[in-house]
Ligand binder design. Structure first.
Ligand code: CTP
Length: 406
């Protein structure tokens, strides 16, 4: 199922170089299943042609409140009545000022003012020069727009079209798409603080070698994203993986199991949910040498000895906050066989109320997975799907357990 299937969006472009990114954004929204009605200000039409936006959205672009094609001559009203959201991207400094003042002298500002505010969210993706962005007038207008119910998706930082560098770039189309998708997710974990561990750990043998495993971190990152979409504050403790941090998630990078334990114990002080998806290395070399181990030409291989790593999940599950019910701990089990029996045994061994089983070799590095949710009452299967869909189902399940508890 596409993330925006059945959603009707009004995409408003106001003046700015970032209009070139709105073309790609429109394409992504349509690809995600949305129907998109584009509206452009006069200034926006100086930067990109309505023809481009019509071709990408597959609908004629609305440019004026005086459009004779509207049978009742009320385009500004009609446009938002069937909409699920209005997205202004790019949202210029001038348009922000208009929103703050409730002005309505062109079609974009008219339709924003005339939208049914309780039902149709207004999402803003600002784009402007860094000096314009930090100007007190812009920040004042921004605060007013938020106070009046708009959601500001934030700005990017970096090189700007004007040659300067700083805050104020429009977010990338993929980031805006993710924010729009997130805005439609039910806020099941509002007020919760979710801590997720993800990825493998790396245990050094010497400065150039170590042992690790094939965990990609994708399931844990998907859970962090789903928890954030559900309104939680999210901290992600990640082993060495090359994955982008989901928007709005605080990330703490670690390397070894011992690093991960420290980070998880610290972050666990304020968390209300801990989801332990990390594939923690069970053992580490007893001594990591400071210098690279060299061959001495004799054909002798180094004799490595190992010590067991701390069990991070079991440690947190035994903590006073988990024992008192303030912290809900969820384990994962990567098994190669006998999933149900192994997951049930592991749940008891780890001392957690919920353990999620999956077949490790079948899922490591993949974009999809199948999960088995095991608790004291029994087991429930979440059939094979993409990891983000499964993560959202798991988050909904955790949310219902927390609300039943509290
Ligand atoms: N885990 C952990 N710390 C460890 C080992 C595992 O926190 N040192 C957590 C994992 O994040 C996961 C759960 O414990 O949530 C089970 O991990 P798994 O590797 O499947 O189990 P192990 O405890 O390592 O047991 P085994 O290798 O015997 O299956």
């Amino acid at each position: 199922m596409k993330d925006l299937a059945g959603k009707h969006l009004v995409l408003v472009l106001t003046g700015g170089v970032a209009c070139y990114k709105a073309a790609e954004l429109c394409r992504l929204l349509v690809k995600a299943g949305a129907t998109v009605q584009v509206v452009m200000s006069d200034a926006a039409a100086q930067f990109i042609t309505p023809v481009t936006m019509q071709a990408l959205s597959q609908h004629p672009v609305r440019l004026s409140q005086w459009d004779a094609d509207e049978p009742n001559a009320m385009g500004h009203i009609n446009l938002t009545r069937a909409a699920d959201a209005v997205l202004v991207a790019p949202c210029s400094a001038d348009f922000m000022a208009k929103l703050a003042q409730g002005r309505a002298d062109d079609l974009p500002s008219l339709l924003c003012l005339a939208r049914p505010a309780q039902r149709v969210p207004l999402l803003l993706a600002p784009a402007m020069n860094r000096e314009m962005w930090v100007h007190p007038a812009t920040q004042r207008n921004l605060a007013q727009a938020v106070a009046d119910g708009a959601t500001v998706l934030g700005v990017g930082c970096g090189e700007q079209a004007c040659g300067e560098s700083g805050d104020g770039r429009m977010l990338e189309p993929q980031q805006i798409l993710a924010a729009v998708v997130a805005s439609f997710q039910p806020k099941l974990l509002q007020g919760q603080h979710v801590l997720v561990s993800a990825g493998p750990t790396y245990e050094a043998i010497d400065p150039v070698r170590g042992i690790t495993n094939l965990s990609s971190g994708k399931m844990g990152f998907a859970i962090a994203r789903a928890a954030r979409e559900a309104g939680a504050t999210v901290t992600l403790v990640a082993g060495p993986v090359h994955l982008a941090t989901p928007a709005g998630v605080q990330r703490v990078d670690v390397v070894s199991a011992q690093n991960m334990l420290l980070a998880v114990m610290e972050q666990g002080q304020k968390a209300t949910v801990f989801v332990s998806t990390a594939a923690v290395a069970d053992w580490r070399p007893a001594q990591a040498t400071d210098q690279k181990i060299k061959k001495d030409g004799s054909g002798q291989v180094p004799q490595l000895s190992f010590v067991e790593n701390p069990d991070i999940l079991a440690t947190l599950a035994q903590s006073p906050r988990a024992q008192s019910g303030e912290l809900f701990c969820v384990g994962f089990a990567a098994e190669s066989h006998d999933l149900l029996a192994n997951a049930q045994a592991k749940r008891l061994r780890k001392g957690v109320p919920l353990l999620v089983g999956n077949i490790g070799p079948a899922t490591f590095g993949q974009d999809d997975n199948a999960l088995l949710l095991v608790d004291a009452q029994g087991a429930r299967e979440l059939p094979r799907s993409d990891k983000l869909s499964l993560a959202r189902e798991l988050i909904a399940d955790i949310a219902s357990r927390i609300s039943a508890k509290g």
